[in-house]
Design a protein around this ligand. Sequence first.
Ligand code: ARG
Length: 437
Amino acid sequence: MTANKPNQMWGGRFGEAPSDVMVQINASIDVDKRLYKQDIQGSIAHSEMLVAQKILKPDEGRKIQDGLRNILAEIESGQFVFSTALEDIHMNIESRLKDLIGDVAGKLHTARSRNDQVATDMRLWVKEAIASVIAEIGAFQTVLDAQSKAHEKTVMPGFTHLQIAQPVTLGLHLQAYSDMMARDKSRFADCLERMDENPLGACALAGTRHDIDRKMTAKALGFRQPVRNTMDAVSARDFLLEFLSAASICSIHLSRLAEELIIWSTTQFNFIRLGDKFTTGSSIMPQKKNPDAAELVRAKSGRIAGNLMQLLMVMKALPLTYNKDMQEDKAGVFEAYDAVILCLRASAGMIGDMNVNKEKMLADAGSGYSTATYLADWLVKNLDVPFRQAHHITGQIVAMAEKKGQRLDEMSLADMQAAEPRITQDVFNFIRISEQK
Ligand code: ARG
C-alpha cells in the first residue's frame, strides 16, 4: 500500500499513485532546490511575455508575478516547505503558486514545458557561477602576483623530474601559476560566451502553436538571443560539460600547486612554513603541523574531474531530445562549483600566509650542480666551443667535483683547467649564485 496521491500535474491520465520507490528515484528536489531563484526569474519573464503577447490577461499576469515574488520571499526566509512528492523545484513552486493564487496559477505553464524550463534555469545558474569563479580566480591571482613581486629576487632551485635542475626565482615559479589562472579565466569566459542563449520557448521539444516572443524572454533574462533549434535547446548539455571541463583543468592546476606546497613544507625541503590558519596539528604527535588544506585541494581535484566524467557518461549516446537521465546533470555541477571556489580560496589563503625560508632555498639552488648549464654556456660564449662539446667538458668537471665532494663553485681553477685548459678565473662569477640584490 502506498500513501502517495496521483500526481496533481498529470493525474488525469493516471489511475494509480506512484510507488514509494518511484517517488524516491524520480525526485530531484534535494538537489535542484538550488535553482529556486533562476526558476522564479524564468517564470516571471515567461509570464510577462505571455501578457505582452495577449496569451494571458494583465491581471492574471500580475497575480502570477506577485505570487512568484511571495514564494521567493518564503524560500529566502526559510519558510517554504519543499516536498519530495512534488518531485522537483518547478513543481514545488507551481504547486505553492496554486495554494497562494488559486487556479490561475495553472496558466503559467502555457507555452512552456519543464524541459525548456530546466534548461533555462541551469543556463542562468551557470552564467552566475562563471562570474563568481572568474572573480575568485582574479582574487587568487592578486595574491599570487603580490607574492611573485615580493619574491622577484628570491633564488630557489627549479626542478625537472623533481630533481634540482637550474636556479630560478620564487617569483618566476609563482608567476607560472598566475599565468595558468589567466588561462583558466579565459576558458570559463569562453564557455560563457557560447552558452549565452535562451532555451525558453522551445517547450517540450517542438516549440508551440501559441504566438510567443522568444526574443523578449531572452532579453528579459539577459541572454544574447534564443537558442535557434528547439530540439537542441532542450537537449544540449555541452555547456555543463564545458563548465565542468574548465573547472577540472583549473582544479588540476590548483592540485599541482598544492602538491608543491606539501613538498616544500616538509622537514626535508624546508622551503616554506604554511601558516597556522591553513594547517592542522596531530592528536598524538605534538610536533606536527600538517598541510591539510593543501592535501584537500589536491584531493578535491579528483572529485571535480570525476564529475566531468560522470556527466560525459550520462550524456553518452542519449538520443534527442530530453531524457530523464539528464536530471542527473545537476549534482556534479553544483558540487564542482562549490569545490573549485573553496580550493581557490584555500590556495589564496595558503600562498598569502606562507613563510618563505630564503636561506634554505638559496642553499639548495646552488646544490646538485644546478649551475652546470651556466658553466657550459660560459664555455660556448668565451671559448667558442660547440654546445655539445661544452656539455661534455662540463660533464667531466661535474664528475670530478662529485668525486671530491665539492660544489662547482668550490672547485679550484686548476681542477677545471684539467678538463679545459683555457678556462679562466672569471668563470666563477658566472656560475656562482647569490641572493639577487
Ligand atoms: N527535474 C527535471 C530535470 O531536472 C525537470 C525536467 C523534467 N521533464 C520531464 N519531461 N520529465 O531534468
